[in-house]
Design a protein around this ligand. Structure first.
Ligand code: PRT
Ligand code: ZN
Length: 225
């Protein structure tokens, strides 16, 4: 396999999925060393390059065929897929499988003093979120109109700061909601990390390597169950 034919895998550079993503690849026999300053890490024993990027960039890199595989939260993947549908852009990727880490849920939450009955309690109100597409899809299904307040971070402080009436954010233990005087009212999407493949990866040698990695991942995940 020539240099340009190396399999490219995008993983999160630093964040909640980074360690587990690297651990998974290493447990599949992919050897590599990370230099914190570098975007790319070359594997020493297989024709694989790791691209270390922001998680939000991974679905696009895979769908546009810049990389062959990506490890990403399903929440980020689904948000990007809805965005592409909206823009009539093809979403050229397939999910190979879910992984056993990165579990979380995207939930609606409101201040403790809010008298919440069901999602219609949010009718006409403002909801802060980093996931406007997933929120819209859910609220449209329920027939509820609302205004969104798009925030990339600090979503949980939006109600206290007077920016929104409620939020739609990722939750795992619930500690962040509690610390900010909010309570979870509905789960709108459940997520884990997953591995995705670009449908633009065509070379048989790359596909063979993907199949090998996937079968090793299946073995690693099964062994832990
Ligand atoms: O820098 P980069 O853009 O790459 O990272 P990021 O800050 O956007 O993402 P990161 O590292 O926070 O999360 C990456 C992925 O991990 C998410 O897309 C999810 O798929 C998954 N994940 C799992 C989570 C959580 N659990 C989680 N708890 N992502 C975020 N959170 C945050 C949440 O937003 C809230 O602020 O943790 C807080 C809530 O946690 P609890 O335990 O207090 O409920
Ligand atoms: Zn991100």
């Amino acid at each position: 396999m020539s240099e340009s034919n190396r399999l490219r895998i995008a993983i999160q550079k630093s964040g909640r999925l980074s360690k587990e993503s690297m651990k998974l690849l290493r447990s599949c026999g992919v050897k590599f060393n990370i230099n914190e300053q570098r975007l790319i890490a070359h594997s020493d024993n297989l024709p694989i390059d790791l691209l270390r990027v922001r998680d939000d960039d991974i679905p696009g890199l895979v769908m546009d065929g810049v990389v062959d595989l990506g490890i990403i939260g399903e929440n980020v993947l689904e948000e990007e897929q809805i965005e592409r549908e909206r823009l009539d852009k093809p979403s050229r990727c397939i999910k190979l499988r879910n992984l056993d880490f990165g579990a979380c849920r995207l939930s609606l939450a409101v201040p403790n003093e809010f008298n919440y009955e069901d999602a219609s309690s949010l009718e006409g109100l403002r909801i802060a979120t980093s996931y406007p597409n997933l929120l819209r899809r859910y609220m449209q299904k329920k027939g509820i109109t609302y205004t969104d307040c798009m925030l990339k971070g600090s979503v949980e402080v939006a109600p206290r700061a007077g920016l929104a009436d409620g939020i739609c954010d990722l939750v795992s233990t619930g500690a962040t909601l509690e610390a900010n005087g909010l309570y979870e009212t509905e789960v709108i999407y459940s997520s884990t990390a997953c591995i995705i493949q670009s449908t633009q990866t065509q070379e048989p040698s790359k596909q063979a390597l993907i199949n090998k990695i996937l079968s090793r991942i299946n073995g690693v995940v099964r062994a832990k169950e």
